[in-house]
Ligand binder design. Structure first.
Ligand SMILES: C[S@@+](CC[C@H](N)C(=O)[O-])C[C@H]1O[C@@H](n2cnc3c(N)ncnc32)[C@H](O)[C@@H]1O
Length: 278
């Protein structure tokens, strides 16, 4: 595992908003460090938690990455419809912190698809409407735009209620030739589909650090729940403050563990390199 990928283990998010995506934020950081993608396209950004986790990792890890967040910013039958304040918050964050690495595309996914070429996307995140038909349509429309070696992420593969059907498409895709896959069941579930051009060792690398990233993601989700309107590290005025502070301390401990893991993996890698030289 290279230095940038290892560094991604200790990142903490800056942006805070409501989302069902918090558990997977450390995975997004890791993917940016490991793949150093040029182009990330997200279908469904809502408040921007997943989108800005890609942007923040690219910033911190100094990768040459540009992220597109595509959304009508009107909502759908699963996320519910919402008002202009959501787009205003996301757009403010994009303008203030990511003007040169992120663009918001306010349109339907289908309209936007005409503006992306075949094999032009390195990481595609599909997180729009979650019915089987909708997610299948999004996959069929957008997967030809994935570069060989690219990665598709599916959110909510483990939700089995309320008309969600991503789990069903995920079952079908896992048995498809042409891809390697990894199923993360925690949170609402994240399916990682890697084009066969991707060296398979990165999935093994991800599995090595997965327990640490999962623990970190769970703590981020708890903090997001406890600190709805605050920025990380700020004092929390709500009655949940004590619990939030405790969770924050646990997160710090978890980051220390990630750092220790970082060091251990580094030592393993240099020992292996020495063995090879002998
Ligand atoms: C589940 S939310 C995205 C959550 C987000 N990734 C996060 O980090 O929290 C789904 C979003 O997809 C958008 N959406 C659903 N179908 C769409 C479509 N066909 N075209 C444009 N936007 C769509 C909705 O407006 C909604 O904001």
């Amino acid at each position: 595992m290279d230095e940038t990928t290892l560094e991604s283990l200790t990142l903490l998010p800056r942006y805070l908003a409501n989302s069902a995506w918090w558990q997977h934020v450390p995975i997004a950081h890791w993917l940016i460090g490991r793949h150093r993608p040029e182009t990330v396209v997200e279908l469904g950004s809502h408040y921007g938690v997943s989108l800005f986790s890609f942007c923040e990792a690219a910033e911190a890890l100094k990768t040459d990455t540009f992220c597109f967040g595509i959304d009508s910013w009107q909502g759908d039958e699963h996320s519910g419809t919402y008002g202009e304040e959501v787009y205003a918050k996301v757009s403010r964050e994009q303008m203030l912190h990511h003007p040169s690495r992120c663009r918001l595309v306010r349109s339907s996914f289908d309209e936007a698809s005409a503006y992306f070429g075949q094999e032009s996307i390195d990481i595609l995140h599909i997180d729009g409407l979650h019915t089987y038909e909708a997610v299948r349509h999004d996959y069929e429309t957008w997967s030809p735009m994935l570069r060989p070696g690219g990665v598709i992420l599916f959110h909510d593969i483990n939700v089995r209620e309320n008309g969600f059907g991503v789990w069903q498409l995920w079952q079908e895709l896992q048995s498809c030739s042409g891809y390697h896959s990894l199923t993360l069941r925690h949170g609402h579930g994240l399916g990682i589909l890697a084009h066969q051009g991707t060296p398979q060792d990165w999935l093994a690398e991800l599995k090595q650090v997965l327990p640490a990233l999962t623990a970190k993601g769970n703590l981020l989700a708890q903090l997001a729940e406890l600190r709805p309107e605050c920025t990380w590290g700020e004092q929390d005025p709500t009655p949940y403050r004590q619990r939030a502070d405790r969770t924050w301390q646990e997160l710090e401990a978890c980051r220390m563990q990630c750092k220790a893991l970082h060091q251990q993996l580094n030592e393993q890698a240099s020992a292996q390199a020495q063995d090879l030289r002998r």
